[in-house]
Structure formats: C-alpha cells, structure tokens
Write a protein that binds this ligand. Structure first.
Ligand code: N01
Length: 537
C-alpha cells in the first residue's frame, strides 16, 4: 500500500523540530502535526511571568549545527522564555522547518495497520495520513494538570494556568492575586509578580527546596571558552549524568567530610547557583544521613533569608529528602516572604475548602482576590500520549497497555506498538536531564535506525515483550538506588489522582544510557524484532 510520508511527527517543540531536520538530512519524507499556532512546544505554551530555563543557556541549546551555535548569542546566564522562543523561531527559519509543519493540528488518533505496516494518523481537523513510522515528540510536561477545585466555576475573576498562560500577557499590577501550588512554575511566577501586585496569597501544599540561580547577563568569557572547545564540550556533556557540564560533581562523601569543610563546599555550591548543589557530595542522593546534611543546610539558608521564623518553618520541606522532588532554581524566591504584601498559607494547617465567587476559602477564612493562578503542574510524561487514541497491534490501546504505569523498551518504543517511537519517553533519562541533550540523542538514534531499516529493506520494528520487561525492571531497580521514590512527586505520577504510582524516568544518567542505546544498535538492535519487506510477487 502506498503511503504519504515515511514519518509522521507529532509535536513541533524542540524534539519535533530537530527530528524533522534530521529526517530531511537522511532523505526521508516527514510531516509534523502541531496543536499550537507555532513552533516551540514547552516554550510556546509556558509564558507565565518569570519563566526561564534552569540549565545554563549555552548548554540548553542545540548542538547539531556548529554554525547555529556560533551565530546565536544568549543574553543571560539562564535564558528567559521569550529569548528561548526567539531562538526556536530562529531555528525554524534558518532550517526552513515550517513548510513541513502543519500548525493548529491536534492529533486525535494514531492506529496501526499491521497488514501494511503503516500508521494512520488523524487530526481533529479531519486530516488523515499514512506513514511507515510515527514519532511522538509531544513533550514530557505538555498536558496541564487541570484544576478541579470545589466551587471553581463560581469565581467571578479571571483564572490562569501557568502552563497555558495567555499569549498577550496579563497585567496583574495593583491586583490581589492567589497562587495555588509551589513548584518551579509557581516559584518563578511569584518572584516576578510579587513586586507588581497589591496582595499575593501563596497556597502551599508541599514546600519545595529551591536554590538561587544567580542569573545575570551572559558572560562573554563563558561563551568564548564554550565555543573554543565546542566539540569537546558537547562530547563531554553527553557523557554526564544530567547532560550538563556547568557544575562538576564532587567525589567526596558528606558523611566522611569534617563539618567545616562540608559547610564550605555547600556554601561554594550555593554561591555557584543552580543545580551545582545536587553534586555537592557523592553520597547525597543514596545515603539518608548524607542527604539529611544537605537538607539541613538548605533549611538554614531559608531561615537566614526569611525573617519570620514561623514562615521560614513552613517553607522548609520536611516530608521528603533533598532532591527527591525536582529541585527548583530561583531568583529571590524566599525573599518574597519578607514583603508586606505576600502571605503564605499552609494548606496542611488550613486545607483549601472551596473556591468562592470572591476568592479562595480555606478551613479558616476566605481570601478575596481579583485573579487566581493555578501553578499545579502537569500530567507528566504519559499525559500527552494517553490523551491520543493510540492503537497498536490487534487494536490494543496504549491506555490499556499502560494501565499499571508506562512500560517501554529504552523509553523509545512499546511492545505491541510497532513503528511507534516516543522521544524522551518514560523509561529514558528525559526529565532528569538537560532535555536538549536527551532529545538530540533520541533523534539521532532514531534517524540511524530508519536509515538502517531503509538500507536493509526492513518494514517493521518492535521491542520484544522480554526486552521490555527487562527494561522496566531495570528502570525500577536503578530508581531504588536514589531518593526519588521517597517523595510524592510528578516523577511518580503522584500529583494526578488515580495515576499509577511508578517512577517514570530512567535515573541511570544520560552517559550510561547513551552507551547502552548505542550498544543495542551496534548489536543488530538487540531486544527488537525487525521484519523484512515481502519480496515482490
Ligand atoms: O508543577 P509541579 P510545575 N491543591 O508539579 C501543587 C518543569 N519546570 O509546573 O507538591 C494544592 O512541580 C503541588 O503540590 P504537591 C520542572 O521539571 C521547569 O511547577 O503535589 N496544591 C505543587 O506544589 C518542574 O518540576 C522550569 O503537594 C496543588 C504544585 O502545585 C515541572 O516543570 C520551570 C494541587 C505543582 O508543582 C513542573 O513544575 C517550570 C491541589 N489540588 C517548570 N495540585 C525551569 O526550567 C497540585 N498542587 C526553571
């Protein structure tokens, strides 16, 4: 049967954009369906005030084109959302990507036709195409956790979700505002708006650890050094745990280091900013005693910054280890709680009761506000995939296959769903890493696979059930050596009522994972079944 494209790509964020570019390079035809009006994915949707990346700009950028890297000049150490979106628009223009992207086209379903080894992909607008391969580039944090608060429809003022911020912006100056949630999106928003609004009520269910970014203008020396050693830097970045070089992990163990020296190391890492503190000591994420030491240091910092000891106490996480939830990176978050117009409401003391016509009511009182910001996160990693009607062999749905949590081989494919690929899917390092590094690795691995299949006249690939079982077990086992299982986080799906509690990303690190994927490919795609084309009759 004839088909329209070699590959259908779903999503035109960083992953979809690079996949398209790479496929053109290797001579395969591709079409991208994108729900938004333009490119950018995460950076297209998340326009809330203060949104910025927390990996250093030069590291959070594509490496596939040296020319692109040389011509783009980042203006801040941690680029803001508008700057990243400008960069992605530049990439789209430079590589003429838009001509193969259909915007405003949300994919409704993808069904596998096993007899012809083709995917049929349908959009909500009525487009229907057939392709040999279907690549989901739908992002890990692209489906907002929808607010479902009692009484929310009664609220007379506007409400906003950080993950779906209005494109025209929102003027909150002089307003009374409620922010519900205290994750990364909230922490960045609060810091940006606290000085503009009349009154800010922050409704906190679980405090997060947050470290200073020490953001500022990009240092031209950093850029110069980065470019002078570009190739080496990029190779080294790909062999790290998290996909970034800006901070070198310390090999020392916290429990074997004297108090003064340990303190000095924490202080240096705090002063360095960003994720540096995650690498303060080698035993920090595996040994509870070592973890308690860094948690204690962070608690001291909160107490130093926040003047009211009761507020400082409430802002200090106590129910999970340091680093078990995604560490937040801020530009003066805790300082906001010294402002007279900012009030923290601990929902553990006074649970959120209902949203009223005038504001937010807890068990204690009603907080009257003009606007509510829901900073309540995402249906992470699986949300975008399970919302599409995806059917594999014999009409089996992805939702059924993942009823007990996502199961994949290498985070790239699902048994029973041949020729379907998930860029940065569950079971890959994805959200535990610099996403750009992980995206590039998946895209390049997939392009090599497609070329291999074309050159060897293969029409179908699928992981064996056995390989998938092995990988799921391995992902679980590795997570047991970390602190991640000790927090109710979105990594485990714990933020979405009814979602199976399974640790979704792969914690083995991007370097080890990359080597493993390369070894799989080098060993005739070990763990996958490949089917040759039928000889012509
Ligand atoms: O979402 P979150 P996010 N009632 O899930 C609370 C990336 N990111 O959008 O912890 C009351 O982290 C919830 O409370 P709890 C980054 O990977 C990166 O902030 O579940 N509260 C939590 O406090 C990040 O981790 C960047 O108890 C409710 C908050 O809402 C990920 O995106 C910037 C609630 C949600 O926090 C998600 O971050 C922004 C309810 N019913 C985001 N439901 C950077 O690169 C949820 N909450 C800098």
């Amino acid at each position: 049967m004839k088909y329209d494209y070699d590959v259908i790509i779903i999503g035109a964020g960083m992953a979809g954009m690079y996949m398209l570019h790479k496929l053109r390079e290797v001579g395969l035809s591709a079409k991208v369906f994108e729900a938004g009006h333009d490119v950018g994915g995460t950076w297209y949707w998340n326009r809330y005030p203060g949104a910025r990346v927390d990996i250093e700009s030069q590291e959070y950028s594509f490496s596939f084109s040296a020319e692109l890297e040389e011509e783009w000049v980042w203006t801040e150490r941690y680029a803001s959302q508008p700057e990243i979106l400008r960069y992605l628009n530049h990439v789209a223009d430079r590589f003429d990507l838009r001509r193969d992207i259909q915007f405003n086209a949300r994919v409704k379903s993808a069904h596998y036709d096993a007899a012809n080894q083709l995917w049929r992909v349908d959009t909500e607008n009525g487009d229907s195409v057939h392709a040999r391969f279907c690549v989901s580039a739908t992002g890990c944090l692209s489906v907002p956790n929808e607010p479902n608060f009692k009484g929310q429809e009664r609220f007379a003022g506007p409400t906003y979700h950080t993950g779906r911020w209005p494109h025209e912006g929102v003027d909150l100056s002089g307003k009374r505002v409620a922010v519900i949630g205290t994750g990364s999106s909230s922490i960045q928003s609060i810091t940006e708006i606290a000085g503009q609004v009349r009154q800010l009520y922050v409704f906190q269910r679980t405090p997060n650890f947050s470290v200073p970014a020490h953001n500022g203008p990009a240092n031209p020396e950093v850029r110069k050094n980065w470019l002078a050693n570009r190739a080496e830097n990029r190779m080294a970045q790909r062999q790290t745990l998290g996909g970034f070089l800006s901070s070198v992990p310390n090999e020392q163990k916290a429990v074997e280091t004297g108090d003064n020296e340990r303190r000095k190391i924490y202080e240096e890492r705090w002063a360095e900013g960003g994720f540096a503190i995650l690498g303060a000591f080698a035993d920090q994420s595996a040994n509870p005693d070592a973890n308690a030491l860094v948690a204690q240091f962070a608690a001291e910092k909160i107490r130093e910054i926040v003047r009211d000891p009761k507020v400082a106490e409430k802002l200090t996480p106590k129910s999970y280890p340091f680093g078990a939830k995604r560490l937040c990176v801020d530009t003066g978050y805790y300082q906001n709680f010294n402002r007279p117009n900012v009030e923290l409401i601990d929902l553990n003391d006074t649970p959120l009761d209902t949203i009223t016509e005038k504001g937010v009511a807890t068990s204690e009182k009603e907080y009257e506000v003009d606007a509510i910001i829901f900073a309540i996160g995402f249906d992470a990693m699986t949300g975008a995939l399970t919302r599409m009607d995806i059917k594999g062999r014999e009409g089996r749905t992805l939702v059924d296959s993942w009823a007990e949590g996502p199961k994949t081989y290498l985070g790239l494919m699902v048994s029973g769903f041949p020729n379907l690929f998930t860029i940065t899917g569950p079971g890959s390092p994805s959200v535990l890493s610099n996403m750009v590094v992980s995206i590039e690795q998946h895209v390049e691995w997939l392009a090599d696979l497609f070329v291999f299949m074309r050159d060897n006249m293969m029409v179908e690939i699928e992981p064996t059930a056995h390989a998938q079982e092995f990988w799921v077990e391995h992902v679980n086992e590795v997570s047991n050596y970390t602190v991640y299982n000790y927090a109710n986080s979105w990594y485990l799906g714990a933020n979405i009522p009814g979602k199976p509690r399974v640790f979704m990303p792969y914690a083995g690190g991007v370097g080890a994972y990359r080597d493993l994927c390369a070894a799989v490919a080098a060993n005739a795609y070990m763990g996958f079944k490949l089917k040759p084309a039928e000889p012509p009759a």
